[in-house]
Design a protein around this ligand. Structure first.
Ligand code: GSH
Length: 283
């Protein structure tokens, strides 16, 4: 039996639902009410010490971390495969999925909270209990100061860089040799967990009215359209928004209000001079 502890708007949970949907796997779902802090209850923490969703229970074995869960699902239910057999391509796939863990997920939290979720008091309740102190510090600054907090600039710069990295991967040349040889349709050539890992983050940017990020990058726009056209995208992401559309409505309406300012910020930071830094002692 597969049981997924998840939340309808969680990007990481969506990533795992998408892998399950690609495999055509049914699962029992339990919604963890993040704003009510179900994830911080002792009985949940006893199984997932990070206090996060998603969490998979497969016949009593607990697996956490969305990218790890997705690889586990692919191991246990190999058809259709979502990872390349070739070790080199697999390494490339993991460089992409690792990127989501390293900073793309953090950037999503900053962007969403700064633009939209800061307007919801119960989101403050969630942040107040966050177990990871780095995450909590970023979220507090985003909640308190919105798009004026310095993490927001960093997050938007990272997303703008990501668009270039994806564009280069789809061109086949890669942002560097380590990620070359992919494209033209998918990040590492064939569709894989790498593309799935980014699907919910692309959707999140779209929800926050930030699609200007790919308006001058047709390869990225086409890749996103291909992702969105997959039936699993609808099953795993879009259909779950219907649970409570107030969240997507909030992201879109607040995103539209912030869009011009955010676009100007992104364009400004494309200039290396705007990002230059000199240590105070050397100024
Ligand atoms: N690296 C983790 C991140 C999981 C994560 O941050 N989940 C969020 C939702 S997208 C969550 O559970 N947040 C609740 C909280 O921070 O209290 C993964 O990929 O599964």
């Amino acid at each position: 039996m597969l049981k997924l502890y998840h939340h309808h708007t969680s990007v990481c949970a969506a990533k795992t639902r998408m892998a399950l949907a690609e495999k055509g796997l049914d699962f029992e779902g339990e919604i963890i009410r993040l704003r009510e802090r179900d994830q911080h209850r002792p009985e949940y923490l006893a199984r997932n010490p990070f206090g996060l969703v998603p969490m998979l229970d497969h016949d009593g074995r607990i697996v956490v971390e969305s990218n790890v869960i997705n690889e586990y699902i692919d191991d246990m239910f190999p058809d259709p495969p979502l990872r390349p057999k070739d070790p080199y391509r697999l390494a490339q796939m993991r460089i992409w999925t690792r990127m989501t863990d390293e900073n793309i997920h953090a950037a999503a939290g900053v962007v969403t909270t700064s633009i939209a979720y800061r307007h919801v008091p119960s989101h403050g309740n969630q942040i107040s209990g966050a177990l990871d102190p780095y995450k909590q510090a970023r979220k507090i600054a985003s909640f308190e100061d919105g798009i004026d907090n310095h993490h927001f600039r960093t997050a938007m710069r990272r997303y703008d860089m990501l668009m270039d990295q994806i564009d280069a991967a789809l061109s086949g040349k890669g942002p560097g040799a380590a990620l070359a040889g992919g494209g033209p349709n998918w990040l590492i050539g064939d569709y894989s967990l790498a593309d799935i890992a980014f699907a919910p983050y692309m959707e999140r940017l779209y929800c926050c009215a930030l699609e200007f990020l790919w308006e001058d990058r047709p390869r990225v726009a086409d890749w996103y359209a291909r992702l969105k056209a997959r039936p699993a995208y609808k099953t795993a992401i879009l259909d779950w928004f219907k649970w409570d559309i107030s969240w997507t409505d909030l992201m879109r309406s607040e995103g539209e209000k912030a869009r011009d300012q955010v676009r100007a910020m992104v364009l400004e930071m494309r200039d290396p001079a705007a990002r230059a830094w000199t240590p105070a002692a050397a100024r």
